[in-house]
Design a binder for this molecule. Structure first.
Ligand SMILES: CCCCCCC/C=C/C(=O)SCCNC(=O)CCNC(=O)[C@H](O)C(C)(C)COP(=O)(O)OP(=O)(O)OC[C@H]1O[C@@H](n2cnc3c(N)ncnc32)[C@H](O)[C@@H]1OP(=O)(O)O
Length: 291
């Protein structure tokens, strides 16, 4: 697909794609925002959302806001029926929530941040479009949440990449809707073990346990996603969308019902001295690992 080669080319521009710009070429509207590149191939009705927030595509408030707006625009575009979510940052899908957003900030900031995390998940999980994660790099915690919120996951078969909800390793707890989303994917028992131990699975183990649906060589991830997308789009939208909603509505409703208390829980948890200390220690350990 042309769209794929042009997006791969766009990766080279990462260093100077900071301004928002919109262009129309070959009938492919391209939107290059600060954090996410969106290209819609109109004839096919498929958009590729390419996360491009180096160094690790961490989910900052700014990133999450842009993600939700971009997805909503696609959702409202009748010409778009499917979205492939992938990364333009080499070796990283997403490092998950931006830990800096959870350290040393005000209660108001934490509430705003958490609402944006909820919004990203609500929009992605309930999307009427076919959503496919093309996982071309490491995918811990919030990155894994994004991936398991899609309809289908294809991961690069690179032994260096891992995926999972590793929150307990940071001394924090994945909220109930993270738990529900992964349990809907891999089942109760595997989720129990995975969450308690904060497991990060290698690509091959992720396939065995069902966090991902397919492994392909790294350079084929986008083509494989495009091929799977064609299969899913062959199903009439209406029937597929109702089936999706039937499976996901109870999980979505649970957060919608408890949205405000979930925000309060997050704020009271993240403002605890012990949690602040755990998060700061973890950030320092990431820096030390580098040196
Ligand atoms: C308190 C209440 C909690 C309620 C529940 C909240 C649910 C939480 C969900 C989450 O998503 S928490 C985030 C969990 N994420 C991780 O544990 C991933 C941490 N990162 C990594 O393991 C690695 O960075 C990587 C993704 C495997 C990439 O490794 P690589 O060697 O390529 O890069 P690094 O040198 O480690 O990182 C580069 C740079 O980026 C910073 N960074 C990494 N991850 C994050 C992050 N999640 N948030 C903010 N910043 C991050 C890292 O510190 C480096 O910074 P510099 O040293 O260059 O300044």
């Amino acid at each position: 697909m042309m769209i794929l080669s042009r997006l791969l080319g766009c990766q080279e521009q990462l260093g100077f794609l900071h301004q928002s710009k919109e262009e129309l070429t070959d009938s492919h509207p391209v939107v290059c925002n600060r954090n996410i590149l969106v290209e819609l191939e109109e004839g096919v009705g498929v958009a590729v959302m390419k996360m491009k927030s180096p160094p690790v595509n961490s989910l900052s408030l700014d990133f999450l806001t842009e993600f939700s707006i971009s997805l909503e625009k696609l959702e409202n575009d009748r010409g778009c029926r499917g979205v492939i979510l992938t990364s333009a940052v080499p070796k990283i899908f997403s490092a998950g929530l931006d830990i800096k957003e959870m350290c040393g900030k005000s209660a108001e900031h934490y509430a705003e941040f958490w609402r944006a995390v909820q919004e990203m998940w609500l929009k992605l999980y309930k999307s009427n479009m076919v959503t496919i994660a093309a996982i071309n790099g490491n995918c811990p915690a919030g990155g894994c949440l994004m991936a398991v919120s899609c309809d289908y996951r294809i991961m690069a078969e690179n032994p260096k990449y891992s995926i999972g909800l590793n929150e307990t390793q940071l001394g924090i707890v994945a909220p109930f809707w993270f738990k529900d989303t992964i349990a809907n994917t891999i089942g109760h028992r595997a989720t129990e073990r995975s969450l308690q131990l904060g497991l990060l699975y290698s690509a091959s183990d992720a396939l065995k346990i069902g966090i991902v649906d397919e492994l392909v060589p790294e350079e084929k991830v986008l083509n494989a996603a495009a091929a799977t997308m064609s299969q899913w789009l062959a199903i009439p939208d209406y029937a597929r969308q109702i089936s999706k909603s039937m499976m996901r509505k109870p999980t979505l409703d649970r957060l919608l019902t408890h949205r405000e208390s979930d925000i309060q829980n997050f704020v009271s948890f993240v403002t605890k001295d012990s949690i602040q200390k755990s998060l700061q220690t973890y950030m320092e350990s990431l820096k030390q690992r580098k040196g």
